[in-house]
Ligand binder design. Structure first.
Ligand code: S3P
Length: 426
């Protein structure tokens, strides 16, 4: 059995820093995928790749035959008309890679099999294959899970059909998979979603010249050809959440040029509701995405109740928000967060375990959790269960705790944020 090393984190007395976080993981996945399928031309992306998830997408596209060069915080992608065939593509730990690639490849005349690491092989994939089958794709999963097998459809050029697609699960990955397939459909694709989820795919499709219209909860996409673009990718606001939480607990932290797209930045509203003093400055547009410098200043934290309709907007930030709840005084509750059970770990459980391992009080309640905030955590040894956001939440929790402590399998932070510990310890 492999022995995973323990990363020790010392208590930090006071912090004051300004940092630049690598590229937004969600936006960069999309930029790599769309750049790969432009009709002709080279897409130039200005971005520092944050971690292995984005590399999983990049390597998959290279294996499919796309010419991608990474040089000095720039990525050059030459659009590819015909992909290599009969490939085994390893999506590693990245659910976004697996689900979005499923959509893209389903409509592109290829034979491919998608696999991932042990965690990804246990995450539900029928949610994406069911939607793509409705669009006419030839895609199969095994008892709801990867490996995912994709084969060409019987239509000319392996196109899918398109049509009306009702998405019942609040998931941007599913919406994006459908849109990527819809680019190469015979008819237009009309998506109806129950809940608004992150809209980077819609924004980036527009930037790449696709014929797409969004109205309230519906999206209409005509089959479209894309044109190469120059893109500047915002810094990752979900990664920034860890450092803004640190600022809120221990001094002052500014994160430069992070995405403040409303479908992603709702965690800032939650932090403010908890009493965190925030400053949002230097707003500007990077293409179709808004960015700003965001500063969090040490504040007394209040407990909070988070309702189910708020959850999709903070799905990736709930682990670190839960740590803030432990540092607030009083009972905080989160309802309707069942989707956390099928993330990189069962995050309802791993969030609660992390807090309890450090001397706090928390428990899973149905599809949510509650935290009995005492205003402090004592520290201790905890484990990430190979979940990058749990490892980073634990690191911030320990840095702010009375005694510090250790995290088993903390190296998994490199899945989304390879220089997380450098920035924390600098
Ligand atoms: C993502 C969407 C979310 C999120 C994931 C990235 C994306 O997943 O948890 O980290 O880039 O579209 P779901 O859409 O499945 O909730």
């Amino acid at each position: 059995m492999i022995q995973l090393s323990t990363k020790y984190i010392k208590r930090i007395e006071h912090v004051e820093k300004t940092i630049t976080i690598p590229a937004d993981k969600s936006i960069l996945h999309r930029a790599i995928l769309l750049g790969s399928i432009v009709d002709n031309g080279t897409t130039k992306i200005y971005a520092e790749i944050g971690g292995e998830d984005n590399l999983a997408t990049l390597y998959a596209m290279q294996k499919l035959g796309v010419n991608i060069i990474v040089e000095n915080k720039k990525i050059y992608i030459k659009g590819c008309k015909k992909f290599n065939n009969n490939l085994l593509l390893n999506c590693q730990n990245s659910g976004t890679t697996m689900r979005m690639l499923s959509g893209l490849l389903s409509a592109r005349n290829v034979y491919a099999t998608l696999v991932g690491d042990a965690s990804l092989m246990q995450r539900p994939m029928n949610r994406v294959s069911d939607l793509l089958v409705k669009m006419g794709a030839n895609i199969q999963v095994v008892n709801g899970f990867a490996p995912i097998t994709i084969q060409p459809t019987k239509n000319a050029n392996g196109k899918v059909i398109g049509g009306n697609i009702d998405i019942k699960i609040a998931s941007a990955q599913l919406k994006s998979a459908v849109l990527l397939a819809g680019l190469n459909a015979i008819e237009k694709t009309i998506i109806v979603q129950n809940v608004q989820t992150r809209d980077h795919t819609e924004r980036m499709l527009l930037a790449f010249g696709a014929d797409i219209q969004t109205r309230d909860m519906s999206i209409e996409l005509q089959p479209s050809k894309l044109r190469a673009q120059n893109l500047q990718i915002p810094s990752d606001c979900s990664s920034a959440a860890f450092f803004l939480a640190l600022g809120a607990l221990k001094g002052k932290v500014t994160c430069k040029n992070i995405s403040i797209n409303a479908t992603r930045s709702y965690y800032l509203d939650i932090m403010q509701r908890m009493g965190v003093a925030l400053q949002v400055e230097n707003k500007q547009m990077y293409g179709n995405e808004e960015v700003a410098d965001v500063t969090a200043i040490q504040s007394n934290l209040k407990n909070i109740q988070i309702m189910s309709d708020e959850v999709p907007k903070i799905i990736d930030e709930l682990p670190i928000l839960a740590i803030l709840m432990a540092y607030a005084k009083g009972k905080s509750e989160v309802f309707g967060a069942g989707e956390l059970k099928v993330k990189e770990s069962n995050r309802l459980q791993t969030i609660v375990n992390t807090i309890c391992d450090m001397g706090g009080q928390a428990r899973v309640i149905d599809d949510g959790f509650e935290v009995m905030g005492k205003g402090y955590l004592s520290g201790g040894i905890t484990q990430s269960l190979h979940d990058h956001r749990i490892a980073m939440s634990a690191a911030i929790a320990l840095a702010c705790s009375q005694n510090g402590g250790g995290i088993k399998d903390a190296a998994c932070v490199s899945i989304s944020f390879k220089n997380f510990f450098d920035l924390l310890e600098r």
